[in-house]
Ligand binder design. Structure first.
Ligand code: SF4
Ligand code: SF4
Length: 381
């Protein structure tokens, strides 16, 4: 008579448990490998500064010739119709040979921070700069953005102002409002894009390069400002920004500092409830900086939101209620951090470490000396 099967299984329980454990372990390894593989696939970007590439003028497609993936017969780096290299990020294994051997160092292969899990908001072309996340304006508040140059602060402001349509990293396609609302679902950015779609937000943008204004606008300052003075506040704002004497001048004769104050006046004269200022105190001396900062602070109200990029920490500390820190690699990628209170934001910026995101964006903290370093006596050579 055959023995009941449960008795047989019980006898072999140790063997069976070993087999099950092995299967479990194999599955775990497979899952970890897949996770790692997928992460690596998504988190590495290749950026080429195309204007610096000298293919055909001193370089004969060296990157393509040395790439180990190309040497296996695949097309990881190929030339486009303009004879410039294009890297297929899905084939790139991140060996770094092309970055080291390129004579102009115009290739960047970068592993993005592990914590960066979202898709980019905007990418400038194939193998172009990528921007992740956006700053969000808040009514009755001034939101400041701080960070080094070349990491997408101005791009972020242009998207907020509606001057640049983001593509969510997909080339040749502009994201619709509905796609942006879906992308930012559950965040404050969702509300912002919903309001923008419904026409509840009217923005006024002051660009960073005010010295280029005379190339676009011609004529007397007063006439130019009057054209946009929908609220009839020209006299009041001109007095506060100390530009009364400039009103009769021709715009082409103004200095950088004068153009800056005229541009700020124009931004506030327009009929808008979102004022976007890209570096409002550059070109200004210390006295004008404080005066301008006082004016901007006074203009913030329950019906108005102000968002600005500023490098002067003292001005930013005085102006901003909240701060975003922009970090990344210049010309490669940029990330806008979560919103922080002004004090916490400036301290975090100085420290170089984003605690909430667990990201170190600078290897060293910025420290100020209480006293100027002692003068060193010149030594004879
Ligand atoms: S980093 Fe990528 S593109 Fe550059 S040589 Fe290596 S595999 Fe090729
Ligand atoms: S090695 Fe550098 S310069 Fe030469 S083709 Fe490649 S990217 Fe251009």
């Amino acid at each position: 008579m055959p023995k009941p099967i449960f008795i047989n299984l019980y006898q072999h329980k140790n063997k069976l448990s070993k087999i099950f454990n092995r299967i479990k372990q194999k599955r775990r390894i497979k899952r970890t490998f897949l996770k790692h593989f997928l992460y690596q696939q998504n988190m590495r970007i290749a950026v080429i500064e195309r204007e610096r590439c000298i293919n055909g003028k001193g370089c004969s497609f060296l990157c393509g010739k040395l790439c180990p993936v190309n040497r296996q017969g695949k097309e990881c780096i190929k030339l486009d119709e303009k004879n410039k290299p294009v890297i297929d990020e899905s084939l790139c294994i991140g060996c770094g040979i092309c970055t080291k051997r390129c004579p102009t160092q115009c290739i960047h292969i970068v592993n993005l921070p592990e914590q960066l899990k979202e898709k980019p908001i905007h990418r400038y072309g194939i193998n172009g700069f990528e921007l992740f996340s956006l700053p969000i304006p808040i009514f009755n508040s001034i939101v400041g953005i701080i960070g080094r140059n070349g990491i997408g602060k101005s791009t972020a402001l242009q998207i907020i102002a509606g001057l640049l349509k983001p593509n969510l990293g997909i080339q040749g396609k502009e994201a619709t409002f509905d796609e942006l609302i879906q992308h930012f679902k559950g965040t404050e950015a969702q509300t912002f894009f919903e309001n923008l779609k419904e026409g509840k937000i009217k923005s006024s943008f002051k660009p960073q390069q005010v010295d280029l204004i005379p190339a676009i606008e011609k004529g007397k300052v007063k006439d130019l400002l009057k054209k946009i003075d929908t609220s009839n506040r020209l006299t009041e704002i001109a007095k506060e920004l100390d530009i009364e004497k400039l009103l009769e001048s021709d715009i082409k004769h103004l200095s950088g500092g004068e153009l800056q104050r005229i541009a700020i006046a124009a931004a506030f004269l327009k009929d808008a409830n979102l004022i976007i200022l890209d570096e409002p105190t550059s070109f200004l001396d210390i006295k004008q900086r404080l005066k301008t900062a006082r004016f901007i602070r006074k203009e913030c109200s329950a019906e108005k939101s102000i968002i600005l990029v500023e490098h002067d920490l003292i001005v930013l500390d005085y102006l901003a209620d909240y701060i975003h820190i922009a970090y990344g690699k210049p010309s490669v990628f940029g990330v806008i951090s979560m919103l922080k209170s002004a004090r916490a934001g400036i301290n975090t910026y100085l420290e170089g470490y984003l605690k909430e995101e667990n990201i170190r964006f600078r290897d060293y903290p910025i420290q100020f000396q209480e006293r100027a370093p002692p003068k060193q006596e010149p030594t004879a050579i």
